[in-house]
Write a protein that binds this ligand. Structure first.
Ligand SMILES: Nc1ncnc2c1ncn2[C@@H]1O[C@H](COP(=O)(O)OP(=O)(O)OP(=O)(O)O)[C@@H](O)[C@H]1O
Length: 771
């Protein structure tokens, strides 16, 4: 076919497909309208069709069955309505962009070729015979991402299918019309990717479904190992691929996996909202997202004021002049390790024999059950029983004790007195009850006494209810005191700098402050006392920015999510938390069982222009392995200014960027403190927004933020606020600086008040311009 004929053919086809989409949309509209009316009607008339009769057991069972039947019918219709609604939304998206690619594939040994059009969801023709569009996640669609024309193969459940790809075509569509199409030779045409990457940064992450690269496709579809560990360069598409992987898993396991079974741990709420649009854009339900901080608050909040991770970082980075700085640092590093887990385990062994601490159970200011008595009961139990199981037995015992005490309390003065102050309604209830009992009893002479007993019983029961609830919630274990005691007991396998770690920790615990580095150990310890609260619902955990988690946290995740597969993504060069300075992180393969893990490395960087990548590569170890995507832009600028010109210069850069059409500009600072100072100086010079850890989303425009909040996010242009030698010098500040620079898509300016950081001196001089 001639080129123009090809185009006509494709244009005609897309119109045909759109008509079919339109037809299916209309069908859904009318059917779902009926269904909705049906649901509303059913809700209104729910009880009309149920005959309630509870005269005897048989009637009651029948009534129950009929209610159940009616409820099932209603929920079935509601479910169908929900599914139709979802399909409606997907079809509406397909109408705008029915497909983005086409491949012609001839399987070996077959005469005819398959023509496969790929879109975000599949679509059958009216007769339900042929696919007009294949879902991008279908096995055959893999060909599109993995091969160029020529030999190609894809995997199915029945095995590999080999053949040859005769054509690979890409489409760019707008409002359902083809604006351009081209046949490609390479894996996925550079042209399309260049176009996508050349656009302005967005305040929300975009789906990459049309341009997934081969190595990303491998990550998305890998289902072999329990732990998939992905080390990827900055901007290599880890987060993007992870979200496509969520969509892929939901498609592959349609019947046994829902969004409920997947969970994404993200670094902060800003990041959560940044990535929150990708899955809905693909027509999928959003995955549950949480941050580690949210999680710990839920588990141990209330007992302490918990230090948040950013405060910890801020503390480490601002080198507060105090004696505890060293101790804090040592504690952060030690408490991240599995040696600390071993220490806790030894302490637990110790507690099996002695030193458990319980709280008294008090009632109305009086001692009801003394802690010593609880402890004695605990240690009277067989010591081979685990602590959580013994605690369960203690609960049973305490509940029985409470029942005894409750009976005693009924006779107490206070109960009798209070019963006289009861509401009339309570009197009436008790009176009614007595009357009902009367029908079966001859005994009426001591009515008043019986009435009063009933009332005081009622009162005492009411007061004991919270006590029982507290016992069931194990409030009688003094876990705070027990954790403190961990730092005091002798004979445990402690590290050499234990004394200073101990002093710093106890100082905080006494003030009811829990340092961030103690959070995972605390939850682990609590689990060892109370029994770990396992989450069995979540079957697949995604941990992004994995370099920010410690081995201790990994072990905790494994305990909390015992059935989970995990996708662990990160970049060791962006590890900014102090525990990672010399130690291992969640990305370290050796933490995982060899048989259960698989490692992947993504080296190609898509976010930044070639010029920016070339500048940032020498900043890190093995940076030479990073391969930039070939998109060109201006060289980064390094601008050394003295104090008086600093802010004026930044204002000039911002203006220049705006004039060039950049819409998201970030001034990235080292810490929150520096961000605030910068904001105070800059807000009078141009319109700028300050972001801190409480900011959950951002708008286009110019913003000031600390590096740790910029994690995972990108901007058209980045200005590093002050890269002078006294700001970025120590080895662990290297990653911070690298993370800041790699947030830029198109332009990067590095300002420095005075001599620049030695990191920049390591960069190749040809890769930047000085101003
Ligand atoms: N295959 C692709 N097609 C189109 N765009 C892509 C592709 N892969 C990555 N990108 C783009 O590159 C940028 C970086 O991607 P992403 O944020 O997923 O990378 P990352 O590895 O998580 O980065 P970082 O570790 O630096 O936060 C995004 O704009 C993303 O849309």
């Amino acid at each position: 076919m001639e080129k123009s004929e090809e185009r006509k053919f494709e244009e005609k086809r897309i119109e045909k497909v759109k008509k079919e989409i339109e037809r299916q949309l209309n069908t859904i509209t009318s059917y779902s309208g009926d269904l909705k009316t049906d649901v509303v009607h059913l809700r209104k008339t729910f009880w009309d069709d149920v005959t309630v009769n509870i005269e005897n057991d048989e009637d009651a069972v029948e009534t129950l069955a009929s209610i159940k039947q009616q409820a099932e019918m209603l929920s079935e219709r509601e479910r169908t309505h929900g599914q139709l609604h979802k399909r409606f939304k997907t079809l509406s998206r397909l109408k705008d962009a029915p497909y983005f690619g086409r491949i012609d594939f001839r399987e070996d040994g077959e005469k005819d070729k398959d023509i496969v059009y790929l879109g975000i969801s599949s679509l059958m023709d009216e007769k339900q015979e042929n696919f007009l569009i294949y879902d991008w996640r279908a096995p055959i669609s893999s060909l599109y991402y993995d091969y160029s024309p020529g030999y190609a193969k894809y995997e199915t459940v029945e095995g590999s299918i080999e053949g040859s790809m005769l054509l690979k075509r890409q489409f760019i569509t707008k409002n359902g019309r083809i604006t351009s199409m081209f046949d490609t030779g390479v894996t996925i045409g550079d042209e399309l990717l260049k176009e996508v990457l050349g656009n302005n940064a967005s305040t929300h992450m975009k789906t990459i479904v049309a341009t997934i690269q081969k190595e990303q496709n491998a990550l998305i579809r890998n289902e072999k190992s329990r732990y998939l560990i992905v080390q990827g360069a900055a901007g290599s598409g880890k987060t993007s691929a992870a979200l496509q992987r969520v969509a892929y898993l939901l498609y592959r396991h349609l019947h046994d996996l829902t969004a409920e079974n997947l969970m994404l741990f993200s670094p902060n709420p800003l990041f959560s909202s940044y990535v929150g649009t990708v899955l809905p854009e693909l027509g999928e339900d959003n995955v549950k997202q949480t941050t580690y901080r949210e999680y710990i608050e839920k588990e141990i909040g209330g007992r302490f004021k918990i230090e948040n991770p950013f405060k910890q970082l801020e503390y480490v980075l601002t080198y507060e002049e105090n004696d505890f700085y060293e101790a804090k640092l040592a504690g952060i590093q030690y408490k991240a390790t599995l040696s600390f887990q071993k220490l806790i385990d030894s302490y637990i062994d110790h507690l099996k024999e002695q030193d458990m601490i319980f709280k008294h159970i008090r009632f109305r200011g009086r001692m009801l059950i003394h802690a010593v008595k609880i402890k004695a009961y605990f240690y009277s139990l067989d010591s081979s029983i685990s602590i959580p199981n013994r605690i369960n037995l203690v609960v049973q015992w305490l509940l029985t004790e409470l029942s005894k005490k409750e009976r005693e309390e009924r006779e107490e003065e206070w109960a009798l007195e209070e019963s006289e102050l009861l509401e009339t309604e309570d009197y009436v209830n008790v009176y009614d009850q007595l009357q009902r009992e009367e029908a079966f009893s001859e005994n009426t002479f001591n009515d008043f006494e019986r009435e009063q007993k009933r009332l005081s019983r009622k009162i005492v029961k009411k007061y004991f209810k919270p006590l029982r609830a507290a016992v069931k919630k194990l409030k009688f274990i003094d876990d705070v005191a027990l954790y403190k005691q961990l730092f005091k007991v002798n004979g445990l396998p402690v590290p050499h700098d234990w004394e200073k770690i101990k002093a710093y920790t106890l100082k905080n615990l006494r003030k009811k402050h829990l340092p961030y580095e103690d959070t995972a150990p605390y939850i682990y310890f609590l689990g060892k006392l109370q029994g770990q609260r396992r989450n069995l619902l979540v079957q697949h955990l995604f941990i992004d920015e994995a370099q920010d988690y410690s081995p201790f946290q990994l072990m905790l995740f494994q305990e909390l999510f015992p059935r989970c597969q995990m996708t662990i993504l990160g970049d060791k060069n962006q590890a900014i938390y102090a525990h990672a300075m010399n130690g291992e992180t969640l990305l370290s393969p050796t933490l995982y069982n060899k048989e259960e893990r698989e490692e992947m490395t993504l080296l190609k960087s898509y976010r930044s222009t070639r010029e920016i990548v070339e500048f940032t590569k020498p900043l890190i170890q093995e940076g030479e392995k990073i391969e930039p995507f070939n998109r060109r832009g201006p060289k980064p600028v390094v601008s050394v200014v003295d104090d008086s010109f600093h802010h004026r210069r930044i204002a000039d850069y911002v203006k220049g960027f705006i004039d060039k059409g950049h819409t998201t500009i970030a001034i990235i600072c080292k810490t929150t403190r520096e961000s605030r100072e910068a904001y105070e100086k800059l807000e009078s010079l141009f319109h700028v927004q300050l972001m801190d850890e409480e900011t959950y989303s951002f708008q286009k425009g110019t913003i000031i933020l600390p590096v740790y909040l910029a994690k995972g996010i990108e901007f058209d242009a980045v200005i590093v606020y002050d890269a002078s030698s006294h700001k970025y010098e120590k080895e662990f500040e290297r990653n911070l600086f690298y993370t800041a620079c790699t947030r830029a898509m198109h332009e990067l300016c590095i300002c420095s008040r005075g001599p620049v950081s030695s990191f920049i001196q390591q960069a190749n001089q040809d890769t930047y311009r000085e101003e």
